[in-house]
Design a protein around this ligand. Structure first.
Ligand code: FES
Length: 102
């Protein structure tokens, strides 16, 4: 596992969510009032990208069937999602977001 540089934190302004590639994973990055989180971008329920969804507080709503995940842990938080998405550690350095992924 190592820290991988992804995208500027500023890229999350507005929607609060964006996608990035890190360590061979497609990752969704989230900004919840200045706290940063990362999860796998692909929903565990179907083939949809969470980074295309709607972020409301700590919850990301999948754009396909409106399932919910807690971006802090990846835990499912609303039907039809029942399986967690993987979450990744994130750190901010010099305006860039780093994800620990391998
Ligand atoms: Fe995400 Fe169905 S694909 S809730």
């Amino acid at each position: 596992m190592s820290w991988i540089k992804t995208i500027p934190a500023a890229a999350l302004a507005g929607e609060g969510v964006a996608c990035a590639e890190a360590g061979g994973h497609r990752i969704a990055l989230y900004d919840v009032d200045g706290a940063y989180y990362a999860t796998a971008d692909i929903c565990t329920h179907g083939r949809a990208f969470l980074s295309d969804g709607y972020l409301d507080g700590h919850l990301i709503e999948c754009p396909l069937h409106q399932g919910l995940f807690d971006v802090r842990t990846g835990a499912p938080a609303g039907a039809p999602c029942t399986v967690a998405v993987r979450s990744f550690p994130v750190k901010l350095e010099d305006g860039m977001l780093y994800v620990e992924a391998g």
